[in-house]
Design a protein around this ligand. Structure first.
Ligand SMILES: [Zn+2]
Length: 358
């Protein structure tokens, strides 16, 4: 167990500099914004009370099933089909990260899910970038600067993944820093989209892949060894390849090649990928030297923040402030922005921020 423990009763945790690599734009809207925009769009919600809506999300997402968890996104996506909706949700996304103490974030979303209104695929990306830029300008002006890079997602169960990959290449100099595939994992293996990943590799665009969340080792193996993912979304099932602390070949490869695991404890409890915070593999994998990172996945849907995820690990899994620093530095080491920018964030922002807490 790592000492010293940190007091979670104060807002010490909130002030600690944080980095989040795995957070979905359409899973992190403010409840009040969903209510307001749904009213304007004529979309019917389960309730029009923001607090009740937040509770409904948490309840609905607590099904223990990834497919049902994903189904709750219907109501956020309904308000993300217009320029106005995208600008507002992207700007608020950045401001909410800043308020959570995040100094570097990677936001991900699938542009193909935002085509029910008047926007084309490139217009969706341009509009989100405009909203993110507005949010970053406001956060910096408020004295809480946060840098946000974008990962574009293709939906693995549909046939537009290659198109999304082309979009990531096209917008690589306009704020898009990488790529992912999202959606139901079971039945939709990463290698189904090998052409997209090969294209990204040829174009030198980094990517992560959701794997080892609803499906086990074969999914992680394909993501890493067949598709060439530089990071893994979740990867909780990697523990299937570790027996009594001894690593199998795949687990050894992931640890030794420093392939980051984007772990999302609360989300994993809700989808049934983990049974408790205390027993969540993030702690064991961290202690075994994996490049573990801590993430929110979907802040509205899972009713969480980075501060809350940190508090849960401190209170229920015995984490100390050094562990929180480790996962933050890990995230920046594996971020998809250039090496010099990552190093500057670690040395100038993260390490000094934790030094005052230690
Ligand atoms: Zn995710």
């Amino acid at each position: 167990m790592t000492a010293p423990r940190i007091d979670t009763d104060t807002d010490t945790l909130r002030r600690l500099p944080k980095a989040v690599l795995h957070d979905h734009l359409d899973g992190g809207l403010r409840p009040a914004t969903v209510v307001e925009l749904a009213g304007e769009a004529g979309h019917t919600l389960p309730t029009t009370d923001p607090d009740e809506l937040a509770a409904w999300y948490f309840e609905a997402a607590n099904s223990g099933d990834l497919v049902r968890y994903i189904a709750t996104f219907e109501h956020t996506l309904a308000v993300m089909q217009t320029r106005e909706g995208l600008l507002r949700t992207a700007e608020e996304y950045v401001l909410d990260l800043a308020a959570d103490g995040v100094v570097y974030g990677e936001v991900r979303y699938a542009p193909e899910l935002m085509l029910n209104g008047e926007l084309t695929l490139p217009e969706v990306v341009e509009t989100v970038q405009e909203g993110l830029a507005a949010g970053m300008a406001k956060a910096a002006a408020a004295g809480t600067p946060v840098r946000v890079g974008t990962l574009l997602c293709g939906m693995r169960m549909f046939d537009r993944v290659r198109e999304a990959a082309d979009l990531a290449v096209a917008f690589r100099d306009a704020g898009v820093v990488g790529f992912d595939i999202a959606g139901a994992e079971d039945g939709f293996p990463p290698a189904d989209h090998l052409d997209a990943f090969e294209h990204l590799r040829r174009e030198s665009v980094p990517f992560t892949i959701h794997a080892g969340e609803a499906h086990g080792l074969p999914s992680i193996h394909q993501a890493v060894q067949v598709c060439g993912a530089q990071r893994i979304g979740h990867g909780v099932r990697l523990t299937d390849d570790i027996v009594d602390g001894k690593l199998g070949r795949l687990a050894g490869w992931v640890r030794d090649r420093r392939i980051a695991l984007e772990m999302c404890p609360t989300s994993n409890l809700q989808t049934g990928a983990a049974t408790s915070i205390a027993e969540h593999p993030i702690t064991a994998l961290k202690d075994l030297g994996f490049r573990v990172t801590l993430n929110t996945d979907n802040r509205l849907v899972s009713g969480t923040t980075m501060t809350r995820e940190m508090a849960l690990l401190v209170e229920e899994a015995g984490w100390g402030v050094e562990d929180l620093r480790t996962v933050t530095v890990n995230a920046l080491k594996s971020a998809f922005i250039p090496f010099d920018e990552r190093t500057a964030l670690i040395e100038d922002v993260v390490l000094p921020g934790y030094a005052t807490a230690l």
